[in-house]
Structure formats: C-alpha cells, structure tokens
Write a protein that binds this ligand. Structure first.
Ligand SMILES: [Zn+2]
Ligand SMILES: [Zn+2]
Length: 133
C-alpha cells in the first residue's frame, strides 16, 4: 500500500464530511476502506497533509485536535465554553488582526483555522437571568 493513497482517502473523507474530525475518527473511517491500514500510517499521513497546508489542525476544546480540509477561503471559529456551540467567522474579519501582528512582530502567521473560546449570546442571556439549566 502506498502512502499517497492514504493521503488521498483522508483528503476525500475531509472533503465529503466538511467537518472537523479528530485523528481517531479519521482512522476509524479509513479502516472501513482499508481494513489493514496501520494507525501510525494514518497519523503520519495527517501530519504530512498539515505540513503541506492542505489540512488544518486545531484544538476546539473537544479534548482532541480536529482536522479540516483547507478550502479556498480560510475560516475561523468562536466556540462557546458553556454550551459548546460553534460559530464560524470569515477570514476577512481576522485578516486585519493577522496583518497587524505580522507587521508589528515581523512574523509570518501560518494559522489557518483560529479558534477563540468564550460565551455565546444565548448563554450570556441565560447567565444574566440567573438560570442555570
Ligand atoms: Zn473549521
Ligand atoms: Zn453557549
């Protein structure tokens, strides 16, 4: 089995699901297609895809890093630490922030999937009302 085929399957899987999958979920999906696949082969392949900037990896507070295919436009997320709700924000909102960081620090930002943690609107309202459901 050639490694390039595992890369290809992972890439197709992430394209199809258009979701954030952790490495174990990806491994389990690949096993349905390639039952003999080695776990370390899958993990090495993920590392390679991340290095080649085809796939993003990030911590979304779910306990395991999640992988997502990088599409034409980057996107980022706001994660509610109270209810776990995930909001998606467009890159243009973050771009200015990245640009000023790059200018001020002479640093090239490679982060392509920024995750910010906080409390969503609904949970703020619930907190104000004093209801703890
Ligand atoms: Zn995402
Ligand atoms: Zn919330």
């Amino acid at each position: 089995m050639r490694n390039s085929s595992v890369d290809q399957i992972i890439f197709e899987l992430l394209s199809k699901e258009h979701a954030h999958l952790n490495s174990l979920q990806i491994y389990n999906e690949i096993r349905k297609i390639l039952p003999a696949v080695n776990q370390s082969t899958v993990y090495r392949s993920l590392d390679r895809l991340v290095k080649n900037r085809k796939v993003s990896v990030s911590d979304m507070g779910t306990g395991a890093s999640v992988y997502e295919k990088i599409t034409d436009g980057y996107h980022h997320h706001l994660v509610c630490q109270s209810c776990g709700n995930v909001l998606t924000i467009e890159h243009q909102d973050i771009e200015k922030f990245f640009n000023s960081i790059e200018t001020n620090n002479q640093f090239k930002v490679y982060t392509n999937h920024l995750v910010l943690f906080g409390i969503c609107k609904d949970c703020q309202i619930n907190e104000t009302n004093g209801t703890d459901s």
